[in-house]
Design a protein around this ligand. Structure first.
Ligand code: UT7
Length: 326
């Protein structure tokens, strides 16, 4: 399969580190030196559904297809206000699509998991065109009195349209049970038979543990997928890695012994937007003309679970309308 259209959308509200230091015991220098993050965009006026629609519309428009051409919509999302209906169902009709859809929770690796599923649909001839929309509001999981998590995240949506053509070379997705290092717990209703008092618990994260797991897992994924395809790091033109922490990206880069220019980042502006981070980065780079025709990209992400995903794709240049570039 091949990516033939991209789109992204960020909330209007930009929150700086200094703004956070106004009500949290933190500082701009701590956040920038430990994470690389300077600002993040947080939902205030918009809904997550609106962001998802904007990103998806841009992706469909740049693909040259009509919404009615989409055969399947996969929505990558960890959580939003609705448990049911799915976010996919919420955005489907406003997009003008009338295809089957479902939400996929692969945590921050959800975009890679969605690509893997889409690839299987193409291989079994279930679809000719698939829309993936990764839309996330991790800011809504955090305890905003806690500096450990709330400074890290931002909200956003990224989307791609895929078609049944040559492009992706390989995928690797993994999962393991490590529920204690990163979780967000929502309460369900009690029943007459089960009166366990459940409480919603904001995001709990053992940062250092997640950091180590992330670096180890991404290095393993990237090494294994390269080896399987008889490639080395030098065969990859750009590494589009999950945008969680600049130090995590640097550790992976150092292991691969590849130049900094091959690891584009935008976490400085957006923080960690969960599964939306790679498609947002991809859309920005593609629209800026940074993704060259025929170049080879490595995608790699990790997230709560613990889950990981990696993929290698050849890039085919996407033509955007003039006004879209402005
Ligand atoms: O998509 C997956 C999501 N999660 C991640 O990717 C997170 C991965 N982990 C990380 O990115 C890093 O571990 C963090 C950025 C979360 C933390 O950086 P660290 O270098 O591992 O710091 P630490 O947890 O070891 O904490 C160092 C100190 C502690 O104080 P003491 O015990 O040394 O006095 C923390 O309490 O920094 C303190 N600290 C802060 N200080 C100012 C923790 N958060 C903050 C903060 N501002 N926001």
């Amino acid at each position: 399969m091949r990516i033939i259209g991209t789109g992204s959308a960020l909330p209007e509200k930009v929150v700086t580190n200094d703004m956070l230091a106004g009500f949290l015991d933190t500082s701009d220098s701590w956040i920038t030196s430990r994470t690389g993050i300077y600002t993040r965009h947080l939902l205030s006026k918009e809904t997550l559904g609106e962001l998802a629609i904007t990103a998806a519309q841009a992706a469909i428009e740049s693909s040259g297809l009509e919404p009615s051409d989409i055969d399947y919509l996969i929505c990558s999302n960890v959580a939003n206000s609705y448990v049911s209906p799915s976010l996919g169902s919420i955005i489907l009709a406003p997009l003008g699509c009338s295809c089957p859809c479902f939400d996929l929770n692969g945590a921050c690796a959800g975009f890679l998991y969605s690509l893997d599923i889409a690839d299987a649909f193409f291989k079994t001839k279930r679809a000719k065109h698939i829309l993936i929309v990764a839309a996330e509001e991790p800011s809504r999981f955090c305890n905003w009195h806690e500096r450990e998590t709330s400074v890290l995240f931002g909200d956003g949506a990224g989307a791609v349209v895929l078609s049944d053509e040559e492009g992706f070379l390989d995928f690797r997705v993994t999962a393991d049970t490590h529920t204690d290092v990163l979780y967000y717990k929502r309460s369900l209703e009690t029943t007459p038979y089960d009166r366990v008092e459940e409480k919603t618990m904001p995001l709990v994260m053992q940062g250092r543990e997640v950091f180590k797991l992330a670096v180890r897992a991404c290095i393993k994924d990237v090494d294994m997928i390269l080896e399987k395809n008889n490639m080395t790091g030098s065969d990859i033109d750009l590494f589009l890695l999950h945008q969680a922490n600049l130090r995590i990206i640097d550790s992976i880069r150092e292991h691969l012994d590849q130049p900094k220019e091959k690891f584009p980042t935008n976490l400085q502006k957006y923080g960690n937007t969960s599964s939306a981070s790679i498609p947002i980065l991809m859309d920005e780079l593609s629209r800026a003309g940074e993704l060259k025709d025929g170049s080879t990209l490595m995608l790699s992400a990790f997230g709560g679970g613990f889950v990981t995903g990696a993929a290698i794709t050849k890039w085919t240049k996407i033509e955007y309308k003039q006004e879209e570039n402005q």
